[in-house]
Design a protein around this ligand. Structure first.
Ligand code: ATP
Length: 237
């Protein structure tokens, strides 16, 4: 479904990504692991069309190139990003935030069904549909952000550090919902510091270091790999 080859991104002279290649199948859950500054957020932003890839990079989704497309057109192709920090509108209600996610042309006709699906995944949002988002907990706001992205009817949903700043119980709740998102036919590409939890729901993972992919494997294999354990699991859990 997603295929990236020889992918590179520069910020001025700084090479944030070089020679990155990765592939994802339909409705797969893939996690990107790497230290701070490794280039994980840059990868998601470049896929989403927010930062440009260097000439010669190859990025295709369902057989169509996404190179050079602006962010709103990438969204129309079925690729949605929930950025780090969520980007919800704090002064608007849950329902208003969700309906803003349905502005994509691909999602307008199915808005009612998509809203039902979001409320099934996150019953708490249904209960609080009139609540102003700025008054909600961090975990609830993350649910709003994910719900809003799902309102665009994506086939690939990218999450940048969804557990950041959340209480452990909410992190568990959030990650408990993600397999159901996948069962509804949506692939997930997740950048996450909570390595153990993200590998527990993922099919595969990639290791990224200083802008390059340095390893990949089945999630179960990575979770038991001594090098991964030493680099991430000991330090972060
Ligand atoms: P973190 O886990 O800390 O978010 P990350 O792996 O997501 O890290 P990125 O945010 O992708 O890393 O950053 C990769 C590198 O690119 C870092 O060295 C960062 O300082 C640099 N960088 C990121 N955004 C910009 C920018 N807008 N301008 C210049 N340099 C940037």
């Amino acid at each position: 479904m997603l295929e990236i080859r020889d992918f590179a991104v520069n910020y001025g002279k700084h090479e944030a990504l070089q020679g990155v290649s990765l592939a994802m199948g339909e409705a797969e859950i893939v996690v990107m692991l790497g230290a701070n500054g490794a280039g994980k957020s840059t990868l998601l932003k470049a896929i989403a069309g927010i930062v440009p890839a260097r000439p010669g990079s190859s990025l295709s989704f369902s057989g169509q190139s996404l190179i050079g497309l602006p962010a709103h057109q990438v969204l129309e192709k079925g690729v949605a990003l929930v950025p780090e920090g969520r980007g919800v509108f704090p002064d608007l209600s849950v329902a208003e935030n969700l309906s803003l996610g349905a502005y994509a042309r691909r999602a307008r006709s199915g808005e009612r069904e998509n809203l039902e699906r979001v409320f099934q995944l996150f019953p708490r949002l249904a209960e609080r549909r009139r609540q102003v988002v700025g008054t909600m907990s961090g975990g609830e706001q993350q649910m709003v952000a994910i719900g809003r992205a799902l309102m665009s009817a994506p086939r690939l949903l990218m999450l940048d550090e969804p557990s950041l700043g959340l209480a452990p119980v909410l992190v568990e709740e959030l990650f408990g919902v993600l397999p159901a998102v996948r069962r509804s036919g949506v692939g997930l590409l997740i950048v996450e510091q909570n390595v153990r939890l993200s590998l527990s729901i993922a099919d595969r993972g990639y290791l990224i270091e200083a802008g390059q992919i340095v390893g990949e494997g089945a999630a179960l294999h990575l979770a038991n790999d001594p090098a991964v354990q030493q680099a991430f699991l000991g330090a972060t859990q």
